[in-house]
Design a protein. Structure first.
Length: 87
């Protein structure tokens, strides 16, 4: 069940984060490559986090608080991975 939930959450987050690029592709037929840290890593990280938090079976307020704190951490990590290095 965990794997099924993760796949469903991953598909939903990937669609949400990449819908703008897909619409742009249908209009111009040019794929504007985005930063993979934001278009792939961030949605998969959020999907994994949501799946784990949902699997814990806490109260809704606790799940929401844990998810928001974890989402900030995943976003920070994606920002660090997406940042261009000076070297």
């Amino acid at each position: 069940m965990f794997l099924y939930d993760f796949i469903l959450n991953a598909v939903i987050f990937l669609v949400i984060f990449n819908i703008g690029r897909a619409v742009s592709w249908f209009r111009t037929r040019q794929w504007l490559g985005g930063n993979p840290a934001y278009s792939i890593f961030l949605p998969l990280g959020l999907a994994f986090l949501l799946t784990v938090v949902d699997d814990i079976r806490l109260g809704f307020a606790y799940q929401l608080a844990i998810f928001l704190l974890g989402a900030l951490g995943v976003y920070w990590l994606a920002a660090q991975l997406g940042r261009r290095s000076r070297w």
